[in-house]
Ligand binder design. Structure first.
Ligand code: SAM
Length: 271
């Protein structure tokens, strides 16, 4: 089955193109004002000094210095050369020695099977073709040692619908007619870029998967992960989101953090 090569080649070019302006275009889950469950989950991994972590779709490498400071070995994988170039530039000295860069798509992990303790995928499980996502999740599962952990963040499509609902209500409160309020909210939340049923986003050649929480549980479980747990990464309302500063009285918008385990041989528990 060759569903992978053409589509991925096209997307790695688009991601490389976005590398230079990455910080302006994407919401930053690492910003100090963001409530991000990833930090506590990483802290909770016991014995990291003797473990290998793989940052899958590492992008410009914002996590790499921290991972290199904490883990014995770090694999930094991305299929976009422009991203890896920026990631390499973040590291120096001893930290750089602990990181191995891998320029390849995330489903090609066969040579690492059973060798990695922790897999991370922060906003990188975004392949628009769900067959590629399923194959990637299976490869990640096979890459992990028994008792390994898989942690990540995925973009949330339900949060886009939530934001649009708030914008719609506000337009109605301002006295707009139903149709006009709908049009305004759709324009403000850039509805035209999203497919809400299949969970997809399309913008300037970049095509990304966006997730519903039930789909995260479904696909991870189907790929053989156990104990899938979800939590919200909460973003402050700000001018990065349409009308954000006026929405601060409402609960914050979010992406989905997940963590999952692999059963130890002969046991279902997760370390
Ligand atoms: C939104 S960025 C996130 C980068 C980084 N994890 C972070 O938190 O800043 C998504 C990254 O995943 C990479 N990516 C997307 N699909 C991929 C795939 N199938 N194989 C490898 N890398 C992929 C892109 O090149 C990009 O660098």
């Amino acid at each position: 089955m060759n569903v992978l090569s053409d589509d991925l080649h096209d997307q790695d070019r688009h991601w490389s193109r976005h590398a230079k302006r990455y910080d302006e275009v994407f919401l930053d889950p690492y910003a100090p004002e963001v409530e991000n469950p990833l930090w506590a989950a990483l802290e909770a991994i016991p014995g990291a000094r003797s473990k290998t972590v793989a940052d899958l779709g590492c992008g410009t490498g914002p996590l790499l210095p921290q991972l290199a400071a904490r883990f014995k070995r770090v694999l930094a994988l991305d299929f976009a050369p422009g991203m890896l170039e920026r990631a390499r530039a973040r590291l120096a000295g001893e930290a750089a020695d602990r990181v191995t860069f891998l320029a390849r798509p995330m489903h090609e992990l066969g040579d690492l099977a059973g060798n990695v303790d922790v897999a991370l995928a922060v906003n990188s499980l975004v392949m628009p073709d769900v067959r590629v996502i399923d194959r990637t999740l299976q490869a990640i599962r096979a890459m992990l040692r028994p008792g390994g952990r898989f942690l990540g963040i995925v973009p949330s499509i339900d949060a886009i619908a939530y934001h649009m609902m708030l914008l719609y209500d506000r337009a109605l409160e301002r006295g707009l007619a139903l149709k006009d309020a709908e049009r305004l909210a759709s324009a403000q939340a850039e509805r035209r870029y999203y497919d809400f049923v299949f969970g997809r986003f399309h913008y300037q050649g970049l095509r990304q998967k966006f997730w519903q929480p039930f789909e995260i549980e479904h696909r991870l479980t189907q790929a053989g992960f156990k104990d899938v747990r979800l939590a919200k990464v909460l973003y402050p309302w700000s001018d990065v989101l349409a009308d954000g500063e006026d929405l601060s009285e409402y609960p914050r918008s979010w992406d989905w953090f997940f963590q999952a385990g692999c059963a130890d041989a002969g046991s279902r528990s997760v370390s």
